[in-house]
Design a protein around this ligand. Structure first.
Ligand SMILES: [Ca+2]
Ligand SMILES: [Ca+2]
Length: 327
């Protein structure tokens, strides 16, 4: 249980706020020509966790759901067995893909990406604009997976951190090269739960700071003061804290993770019982798990059942992905 003085989670942080950054269209710029997805056969270097076939209760049982996100009704879902990345895809793994294919991410094609204001290294002249309802998100020229804070930043020392500034389309391009798939939303939640039923977090119901921090989120006053109690302002190495019962590291916190599904807040009421694959169409793709920007006063979407979404071409300094075995 929370302490009495802990603020009540605010499910809504502004118009259409999803805890992540606004979609790319919020930073109005020209639309580039897309780089075709590569079709070469690559090597996926991320350690695997095996998830056995089984049935689980999908959705929020804790009452901490965010109205409008569609975390209910709780419903039984049966899944076939699959393998999933034990960590999110790292900068080193993504670099191997780019080295082999010459792939250019959408952030590189558009020439900018969404950077959290305190993570910006680029000069003021590279700031293309602020998101209207979430001004701590900046469109930063030159921000991309190799330059997470824009000009002046690099990934030289953070090869074992999650790759960020990758769009859903970029993640699919990686998957095409690696012979992988993005997890369905149901696969993601089942794996994140680590074999525990109806718990709030991958480790159970204990809050994330009981017995030491268990997750990389935000401490302090969002979005201005981060007291860094967990040790990290932005990304942490993918093997930080403890893995869950299935061997997954940081399914919650650190970076949002793209899933395969289109987002629909009403989907749980109509989804199939077995191997649900999401709505047939939509405008935004599911993201799961929350990130280093989550804070209980602002966005408590670092829970197993929490849902978010963004347009498939959007990229951000707190968004990455992990993959699952293909058919
Ligand atoms: Ca942190
Ligand atoms: Ca995560």
């Amino acid at each position: 249980m929370r302490d009495d003085d802990t603020p009540t989670p605010q499910g809504d942080c502004g118009p259409n706020c999803t805890c992540g950054p606004p979609g790319r269209q919020s930073f109005t710029l020209s639309v580039p020509t897309r780089t075709p997805a590569p079709t070469a056969s690559g090597t996926h270097s991320i350690e695997q966790a095996h998830i056995p076939a089984g049935t689980f209760l999908m959705g929020d049982s804790s009452g901490d759901r965010n109205p409008g996100d569609g975390e209910t009704p709780v419903h039984a879902v049966r899944l076939d067995a699959f393998d999933i990345d034990a960590t999110s895809v790292t900068n080193d793994a993504f670099a191997a893909f780019v080295d082999a294919t010459g792939y250019r991410t959408e952030a590189e094609e558009f020439g900018f990406s969404a950077v959290f204001h305190l993570a910006r290294t680029a000069p003021d002249t590279d700031v293309l604009g602020q998101a209207p309802s979430t001004p701590w998100w900046l469109g930063v020229k030159g921000a991309d997976w190799r330059h997470p804070g824009g000009a002046g930043s690099s990934i030289d020392e953070i090869g074992d951190h999650p790759v960020v500034h990758v769009s859903h389309n970029d993640a699919l391009a990686y998957c095409a090269w690696a012979g992988r798939m993005l997890p369905t939303e149901a696969q993601w939640e089942y794996a994140a739960r680590g074999g525990l039923e109806s718990r709030k977090y991958p480790w159970g119901d204990e809050e994330m700071d009981e017995g030491g921090w268990r997750v990389n989120i935000w401490q302090g006053t969002f979005p201005t003061v981060n007291t860094l109690d967990d040790g990290f302002l932005t990304t942490a190495p993918v093997r930080t804290f403890e893995p869950n019962g299935y061997g997954l590291w940081q399914p919650v916190g650190n970076v949002w993770e793209w899933c395969a599904d289109w987002f629909d807040a009403g989907y749980y009421a109509v989804s199939p019982d077995e191997n649900p694959g999401g709505p047939a169409s939509g405008t935004s793709r599911v993201m799961r798990g929350g990130s280093f920007l989550c804070h209980i006063s602002y966005c408590n979407r670092y829970r197993n059942s929490a849902r978010s979404q963004n347009t498939p071409d959007s990229s951000m300094s707190n968004g990455g992905f992990r993959t699952v075995s293909g058919d």
